[in-house]
Design a protein around this ligand. Sequence first.
Ligand code: KG4
Ligand code: ZN
Length: 350
Amino acid sequence: MRVLGIESTCDETAAAVVEADAAGRGKILSNAVLSQIAEHAAYGGVVPEIAARAHIDALDPLIRRALDEAGCTLADIDAVAAAAGPGLIGGVMIGLTMGKAIALATKKPFVAVNHLEGHALTPRLTDGVEFPYLLLLVSGGHSQLISVEGVGEYRRLGSTVDDALGEAFDKAAKLLGLPYPGGPQVEKAAALGDPERFEFPRPMAGRRNPDFSFSGLKTAVRLEAEKIAPLTDQDVFDLCASFQAAAVDVIVDRCRAALRLLAEKPPTALVAAGGVAANGAIRRGLARLCLESGLQLALPPIGLCSDNGAMIAWAGLERFRLGFVDGMDFAARPRWPLDSRQDPRWHGKA
Ligand code: KG4
Ligand code: ZN
């Protein structure tokens, strides 16, 4: 079974072809990603209109490239999947409409994929992880701990009450004068700094519910930076290292809280996904936690942590083989919580 996947919910335009063998094991045949970082860098963040226009320019040739690299044509594809949200609505509509158009023209089934489900199911593609597993989803827009109990069966155990973790990394970077996107820059600077020089708060640590809060941590960095300004390079390195150490402690503590909630029916693995899951210090923190709790750890390769088409193709494939297909009337969704028990009109941060 082969599925073409299209992703355009934020600032990456992506298309990929993924297949599953008879035993259900996944294989990536191609994964073409075009990052728009350079187009948004001058503004210090993603500009929705620029993103939408860039998706229009990039998508056609990118889909062709994905098919060519996979060595197939549209005739060899069994279904077309596109991310239908959550994300920036202009971009979502472009990829979604393209996916529907290809499906319609080639008379193939169409599958609308929740972008977060793409992140959530990636470790099944890369590591063949079995349900149920505990998912730490940390990206620019989301920080959640989710019990993944089946395809389409997600139980949210906790989420952020304010900023997402990637957002906190990006904001900390910005106030320290590091370029956008800040997460990888903070990690690089932190490698040269002293994580113990500043004692930043560990928000929510010790609480029973595995929720997150990051805005206080970001504010603590700002206050400290203002106190010691003008900043030397070493100050910036130390601020980044201390910030990152606090973030890692919080993540590990919150995962522990989630594992306690799942004690009666323990997960098969701890899985991390989303752009921030590329962070080496966080990966090492999770590895320590899994070692101490005897849990399997599944960390997708860094290129599959950030947004890509393979994750959409794979989630589409998992849905399609269970018989889920969608109609041409499936509308783009700017908000689309993974946990279906949650009111989709909810406007808080997820
Ligand atoms: O999943 P993603 O590519 O896009 C969203 O769906 O949000 O995540 C992007 C986020 C950005 O906030 C970026 O700064 C952060 O992930 N990020 C990192 C690292 N690489 C990307 N944060 C910390 N350390 C990194 N190495
Ligand atoms: Zn994402």
